[in-house]
Design a protein around this ligand. Structure first.
Ligand code: RNT
Ligand code: ZN
Length: 418
């Protein structure tokens, strides 16, 4: 068989440089990536009808946006059928599922409002991650939530995030796997603020109050995501990088780095090693910023590969919680999800097929010409043959063959949606 023959040859090539392709695939099979539910419906959710706010934007109006939980679940199922391995599903609080009579506001949500998602996850062996939704809601006043000067606003959101901790704990209990619960707030100012300290102080106090409720820290891994700016929030964000790293470090929670949330020439790949020296566990949102925090689909590009290398060669696969965070409404959403997820896996496989120890030794011996030479030669190694074999082994489509199925799905399912 073609794939097998190519693989056998590729295996030999990698063996010559001391790389065990079998071991690489075994390791990759176990890496669970958190698939973000929000690519399927342009971050709208089911608990409100308003626009997406909070300084984030999904652009495009490609047909087929999932409008109901049933549609979103059907789409996710289809995506999962094209992705090797078993993963985690990342939900946002705004994806609560209400029967008409039982609608409650975000400060009142309970595990029961996510019961269909828990069933969905359990039936498929998926883990669950969670996010409080502090945007697209009337209680976001003047672009502020947990840092608002208005106590009523702060309290509403404190109760929301506390409710989310209880839901996350329920997810962990039901799935038997820890739930990463990521807090991101949109809070900030469009123009130069008069006071940078007070909002951050209020945010800090809100977080203290949130984390003061009892919960099992081995089940709920609370993370805090930083950001440098948002649309309409260009001059100042309350949850800056320094704020979140310091807060996470002092309070035993995880810092979360989104690679769209830094200045344009700053790269998350260079930050991971430093963070690993000071935190047991860290979390990532892998995305692709094009000129700004645009949340384009993740590609098999230099930075994604470099991020993957940092996770793999620092022996940090169990310590780095990988989640995807992009939302492109301008192309087929199923394809967007599939491309991004497969690319994250390809990047990890690429890292696993790198003779990392050999390269590190060359660096330590000062043989930097060889480091460059080998890193460049590796780029044309038969990586694709191993990836195809991995897909075949995991009974998912090889190469571009999956796209035919997506086209059929688009014609028979997506284009029928209003
Ligand atoms: C926004 C953050 C945040 C969101 C999701 C929907 O800039 O990246 O993670 O994208 O929570
Ligand atoms: Zn993010």
């Amino acid at each position: 068989m073609k794939t097998q023959a190519y693989y056998d040859w590729a295996k030999e090539q990698y063996e010559k440089i001391g790389v065990d392709t079998e071991q690489a695939m075994k390791t990759l099979e176990k890496i669970r990536i958190s698939l973000h539910c929000w690519q399927g419906d342009d971050v709208v959710g089911f608990d409100q009808k308003g626009p997406l706010t909070g300084g984030i934007q999904a652009t495009g109006n490609y047909p087929g946006r999932a409008r109901t939980p049933e549609e979103l679940m059907k789409d996710i199922d289809f995506v999962l059928s094209m992705i090797p391995g078993t993963h985690k599903l990342n939900l946002h609080a705004c994806y609560a599922i209400f029967n008409d009579e039982e609608y409650v506001d975000r400060d009142q949500i309970e595990p029961k409002h996510f019961e269909p998602w828990v069933q969905f996850a359990k039936e498929r062996g998926l883990g669950l991650d969670f996010n409080p939704t502090l945007f697209s809601h009337p209680m976001v006043k003047d672009n502020l939530t947990l840092s608002s000067p208005d106590k009523e606003v702060r309290d509403f959101w404190i109760h929301h995030v506390q409710a989310c901790i209880r839901i996350s704990e329920y997810f962990a209990e039901q799935t038997g796997e820890p739930c990463v619960m990521n807090i991101w707030i949109p809070d900030g100012y469009k123009d130069i603020p008069a006071d940078r300290l007070a909002p951050r102080k209020r945010f800090k106090e809100s977080l203290d109050q949130i984390l003061s409720i009892p919960y099992d820290r081995s089940k709920v891994l609370v993370s805090l995501e930083s950001k440098v700016f948002g649309i309409g929030l260009e001059s100042y964000t309350v949850g800056s990088s320094e704020f979140t790293i310091n807060y996470a470090s002092k309070n035993g929670i995880l810092p979360l780095m989104d690679n769209g949330h830094y200045h344009p020439t700053e790269v998350v790949s260079d930050k991971i090693s430093s963070m690993l020296l000071f935190f047991d566990q860290i979390a990532l949102h892998v995305t692709r910023p094009v000129r700004w925090d645009s949340d384009h689909v993740v590609l098999f590009d230099d930075e994604t590969r470099e991020i993957a290398k940092e996770i793999v060669r620092n022996d940090a696969i169990d310590r780095v919680k990988i989640g995807l965070d992009f939302f492109d409404a301008s192309i087929n959403r199923i394809a967007a999800w599939t491309i991004g997820m497969r690319n994250m896996q390809k990047a990890l496989l690429y890292a696993l097929l790198t003779p990392n120890q050999k390269l590190a030794n060359l660096q330590d011996e000062g043989r930097l010409t060889e480091v460059m030479m080998l890193q460049e030669e590796l780029k044309t190694y038969p990586f694709g043959a191993v990836w195809d074999y991995f897909c075949e082994k995991n009974q998912v489509p090889c190469g571009e063959t999956w796209y035919e199925q997506v086209k059929t799905y688009e014609n028979t399912v997506l284009r029928k949606r209003g």
